[in-house]
Design a protein around this ligand. Sequence first.
Ligand code: SF4
Ligand code: SF4
Length: 445
Amino acid sequence: MTLRFRGKDIPDDSIIAACVRCGLCLPSCPTYCETSLEASSPRGRISLMKAVSEGRIGLDSEVFQEQMYQCLNCRACEAVCPSGVAYGNILEASRAQVEQAREGSLLLPVPPGLQPLRPLPWWLRLLRRAVFGGLFFHLGWFRAFSHALALYQRSGIQAVARKSGLLRWMGMHDLEAMLPPMSRTFVIPQGQIYRAQGQLRFTVALLSGCIMSTAFAHVHEATVRVLQRNGCDIIIPPDQQCCGALHLHSGDLEGGRSLARRNIAAFEGLGVDAILVNAAGCGSTLKEYGDLLHGDLSWHQRARHFSNRVKDVHEFLANIGLNRADLGPLPLRVAYQEPCHLAHAQRITAEPRMLLRAIPRLHLREMRESALCCGSAGVYNITHPEMAQQLGSRKVSHALDTGAEVIATANPGCALQLAGELRRRGKAIAVRSIVELLDEAYQRG
Ligand code: SF4
Ligand code: SF4
């Protein structure tokens, strides 16, 4: 018997049918660019989904499963599709189907009547449960874990472990090398209001997030200062959680929904003008809470209302009229790497460039394929290291060709991926977020 889509979160047939197989998306797809294989293209993947939907192949098809996970979910195909195929939606539903069918996560029960297929090894299931049901489900746990990581990194244990060859012996060398350095200042205090400098123009709330609040706390601090310079009071609500992007991209849609409900409740009733996000992946997730909770009658309206108020911080700053008068000169050659979830999922491309160009004496150098995925894509560089490295290398080569001294980006995953590739090549080029550059320019102003 062929295993077909069933139970909850079935890829929508009307979205699959909207693909007219024109192939216009192929040149934008990073995995197609690297492999030139039809199966590794958006059109090929949609055909595979259609085949499972029609029962021509089963959910247990190796090529289907391989392609659902080889895809980076970068959504470049979605941005160029003339038929408006909501590819991200059917990809995440397809992954949820695979996970339900193989009982890939202990969090997701196998629907009645559906046989589990090729269950993951027990240790991987436990790891998934610890990561998705624990660390990324309870922000407090994640921060406690991050404190332990900071201790490991700063106490000298990391240096000893790396030099001794222990990590290599344990087969953890590559994985450990991907750990982001924890921020010196660590978590920016939540539950308090940061007051605007000068006349108050807006009151905004800021998503603190998981990795952003521990490994990128300095970016949060820069964001707060830049917003203050632009006349904003900033509230960081205390009860917020991780946005749920990792859960959604890994097929744990219920986990993502649960986090969405907690975040909606945490940001409700603040009376703010906007909910701001400075990480592209988190921003696109928050903007899609309305779709995610579409079938939940008691949360749907609240989710829509929440998503309508979410703004990417670059989008917000560009649209309110940036305070240019206080910006000082920053004589740097900067290449901008576009995060997929900013350029494709949120369609924000002009605003980040506008902010960079607003900084006096900063020279923006456009790189080739600036919107092609850098290979980070959540945990993709862990699950598909080879493809991730090929794409990271391609991206860094284009950035270096511009002669830039700094690569600017707007997403923590991209920043880590680019910094890792630059380190591998021994290049002393900084990777910085746009708000950090703005912050520095204000300080020089
Ligand atoms: S561009 Fe859209 S319609 Fe054309 S093949 Fe790609 S997904 Fe299908
Ligand atoms: S989401 Fe990205 S990697 Fe996946 S099919 Fe679309 S363009 Fe290709």
